[in-house]
Design a protein around this ligand. Structure first.
Ligand code: FES
Length: 175
């Protein structure tokens, strides 16, 4: 498990106090993991260990359960969250190629976050605008009929924005 994505002390305190609400039985493992992800957006390695301790399970068992369901994240979401729809209509129209292009461009796989925490990629089920398939959602914006060639431009747009922001910050600091 990646220590780069460790939880901070406040998060761990919160998890510890929330855990006391759950009875010590193995069938609570999923509800507990869902609670942690809902409150903290992902399951840090320490969180997995705390759940294991609380339920008297081995950490690898808890980790095994969590990885079985692809609803759980093990890294915090990036500043820009990319969600690629792989519902039936999007899948038929090449949604998986779009996902692959994002993965290749950013050097990460779905469910992961870039080391600079700028981007994360996730697959999602139908988001309800199948006429626009294949669909990708970046932050709050829905992109329809996404061509594989659009992916690079989209990421580039965010990178240019980031550069501009950094330059603005540097200028402000030097004034
Ligand atoms: S399948 Fe992608 S929007 Fe419906």
């Amino acid at each position: 498990m990646d220590h780069e994505f460790s939880a901070d002390e406040e998060t761990l305190k919160d998890i510890a106090s929330e855990l006391t609400r759950f009875e010590i039985k193995r069938s609570n493992v999923i509800p507990i993991l869902q609670m942690i992800q809902e409150r903290h957006a992902y399951l840090a390695p320490e969180a997995i260990r705390m759940v294991a301790e609380h339920l008297g399970m081995a950490a690898c068992e808890v980790y095994g359960v969590a990885t079985f369901y692809n609803q759980f994240r093990f890294q915090p979401p990036g500043k820009h969250q990319i969600k690629v729809c792989l519902g039936t209509a999007c899948h038929v129209k090449g949604g998986d190629i779009i996902l692959e292009n994002f993965e290749r461009k950013l050097g990460i796989s779905e469910g992961q976050t870039t080391p600079d925490r700028e981007f994360s990629i996730d697959r999602v089920a139908c988001v309800g605008c199948c006429a626009l398939a294949p669909v990708a959602i970046v932050d709050e914006t829905v992109y329809g009929k996404v061509a594989p060639s659009k992916v690079e431009g989209l990421i580039l747009g965010f990178e240019i924005e980031k550069e501009k922001e950094e330059r603005r910050k540097q200028r402000d600091e030097s004034n």
